[in-house]
Write a protein that binds this ligand. Structure first.
Ligand code: SAM
Ligand code: SF4
Length: 332
């Protein structure tokens, strides 16, 4: 039975999978310590999905009922022809929401063209407001560049959320509090992400995890109580709170301490054309040879449907099962 005929892709646990996260490149202009090793190497260009291959896959996924798409990386803003790609995706029937997760470094130049091309919203990664710590966590990044990118995005009218990965002993105390303080003056959502152990840096990551309850206690001690929003209903994967009198909100993405697999609606496409149905499992399906060897759209839909049907129930972090790829090779 072909589920795409009903424009809804269901897995065997009756989850409706309709959100695709696309890694546009595995390359990055930073080397965040929790994401990739300093000596990371990147894939040659011929192994990466070409523009027309990517746009074809977006059309195929949209025909299957996918309506929400997020561009990520590596660093998605390093992708050549980015604005043309965004425009092509925006013009694809069925694409309802098109967002991007970026480190923000190049947004000073790109925010306006991206908005004009049809991008709906941005998540910008900022782990600390402290310039020295920012440099240490990213290995060489300059917070001023990210800040300039964030200002340009605001001017361009792009709604913004801020992603902060919290690392024990690095940014889990005053830095996390400083980020939360931003919500008093800005309508932003600050999303605190628990470090997930992956790839070549997974030992470091395991010792770096700060559970959500501990982090919320640290923030409340400094800034006062926070109210749970929407009765605890997740916004994407984030549990939402608001500090008293704040304009913005705080989201906690706690894949390790409070897994949200039961409500997962995602699939992931890597820059080298692999389909992943769980960020934290190694199981992947290589679409590239089929794309390059004459598969029809219907063939592709059938393969994707089969993979969605077999989507794993959840990750295996509790059993110490960790994925081999680095985060930058999937996109978060
Ligand atoms: N380069 C872009 C950026 O940093 O926003 C997009 C790709 S990055 C892999 C996507 C998100 O994953 C970022 O918010 C990043 O902070 C987060 N991330 C990276 N490594 C992580 C890890 N080990 N655990 C949890 N989140 C991680
Ligand atoms: Fe690059 Fe994003 Fe990974 Fe940092 S988190 S190294 S910016 S891909």
């Amino acid at each position: 039975m072909l589920l795409y005929s009903s424009a809804m892709a269901l897995d065997r646990f009756n989850r409706n999978i309709h959100y695709l996260r696309i890694s546009l490149t595995d390359m990055c202009n930073l080397r965040c310590v929790y994401c990739m090793p300093e000596d990371m190497t990147f894939r040659p260009r011929e192994e990466i999905l070409q523009d027309e291959e990517l746009l074809r896959l977006v059309r195929v996924f949209a025909r299957m009922g996918f309506d929400k798409f997020r561009l990520t990386g590596g660093e998605p803003t390093l992708r050549e022809n980015l604005t043309a790609l965004v425009r092509g995706m925006r013009d694809t029937p069925g694409v309802r929401e098109l967002a991007m997760t970026t480190n923000g470094i190049t947004l000073k130049q790109l925010a306006r063209p991206l908005k004009d091309a049809g991008l709906d919203r941005l998540n910008i990664s900022i782990d600390t407001l402290n310039p020295d710590k920012f440099r240490r966590l990213t290995r060489w990044g300059r917070i001023e560049d990210v800040w300039a990118g964030l200002e340009a995005s605001k001017r361009a009218g792009l709604p913004i959320k801020i992603n902060a990965v919290i690392v024990r002993g690095q940014n889990d105390r005053e830095d996390a509090v400083d980020l939360a303080r931003l919500t008093f003056d800005h309508p932003w959502q600050i999303r605190y992400i628990e470090v997930m152990p992956m790839g070549r840096v997974s030992d470091f990551q395991k010792s770096a995890i700060v559970p959500e309850d501990e982090l919320r206690a640290t923030i409340s001690e400094a800034l006062g109580p926070m109210d749970l929003l929407d009765g605890g209903k997740l916004d994407g994967e984030a549990r939402m709170f608001r500090l008293k009198n704040a304009q913005g909100s705080l989201g906690f993405i706690s894949a390790v301490s409070k897994p949200f697999c039961a409500g997962c609606n995602r699939a992931r496409l890597t820059a080298d054309g692999r389909l992943l149905l769980c960020l934290l499992r190694d199981k992947e399906f290589n679409l590239m040879p089929h794309l390059r060897n004459g598969a029809t759209d219907e063939d592709l839909m059938e393969m994707i449907e089969d993979n969605i049907w077999h989507k794993p129930w959840g990750h295996g972090l509790a059993q110490d099962i960790r994925p081999t790829r680095n985060m930058s090779e999937i996109g978060g």
